[in-house]
Design a protein around this ligand. Sequence first.
Ligand SMILES: C[S@@+](CC[C@H](N)C(=O)[O-])C[C@H]1O[C@@H](n2cnc3c(N)ncnc32)[C@H](O)[C@@H]1O
Length: 322
Amino acid sequence: MSWKSRVKAVLMPSEQAAPQPKAEQVKTSNLASALSIIPGQPYSPPIGPVTAHLATPIFESELKALTEREGHQALLEADTWQLPDIPDREGYYGERHYEYWLSGLRDYNFLTEAAKRQGIELNENSAVFDWGCSSGRVLRHFAVRNPKTTLYGCDVNKNPVEWMHEHLDPRLQVFHNTYLPSQPMPDNHVDLFYAFSVFTHIDDYEDTYLLEAKRILKPGGVAVFTICSDHTWAMMNNKMVIYNSLIAMKELFPEWDIPECFSRPMPTEKVAFRHQAESNYATNIFHSASYIKKRWGRYFEVVEIAHERHGYQDCVVLRKPK
Ligand SMILES: C[S@@+](CC[C@H](N)C(=O)[O-])C[C@H]1O[C@@H](n2cnc3c(N)ncnc32)[C@H](O)[C@@H]1O
């Protein structure tokens, strides 16, 4: 079976499933709905291109600095695609739409510079994969800056995927995946594989997701995954979203002494706060650097763990051995 027909197979109900559901039930009773998110509400209308939002505030000084870089105006004008409304981008940056766009640019810069340090220059023979891309916060910058590179993305939530199909560059090959750590992608196919703020919520199947990323990467290819690390743990404070949400849920974790536990080192190399049963944010995971080196190092060369490169999250840079 070709990998393109595997995309379809992943999303279709099994042929052996019997009896056939009525037409109006198909939407919520197919295989993907059981193993992914199909929201009841459609996505919101888009809110116009970034140039319509340049007056919205920018809080983070690192992001403000990007606006002063040479060539910034040209980057703004080149991205004529719509921005998603707040609910269709996981709430990122609230009403601060320009800052939302800048955050994608910062992450794009980190990715391409990390790849370059490993000798990877993106061109017409290269491919990039964004796992858990939501509505393309980062991918949109690749579409503008690397128009000849093949660009893939996927998300377990159907709305942002459909939003991208409708409103972003049609060259982006974006699909709705399930929670199973199996992607409809060929082996040894992409140069750069990344996920921002996805492993921070993945507890089960962590090793299998890593192995799947390794299978899809070309030999020598680079993976970048963000984590909440022991560095993040040590800096936990009430200006951080994750700190405030764990405080708000502290009754759910009687075994943890929140917030006092954050004044001591991580008690184990990986800590999982498990909370809601039916959400893609059902857990918050902290990975220590020693865990990453030992456990993720079984599959990849661990090149770098760069602190606070995606807000308070660290970026782990990995390389598939040649
Ligand atoms: C915190 S958001 C980050 C979105 C995006 N990476 C960004 O940085 O803007 C996490 C995203 O990962 C998606 N996600 C979570 N688990 C996933 C999985 N197993 N496969 C694909 N996407 C997943 C969620 O639906 C959500 O869009």
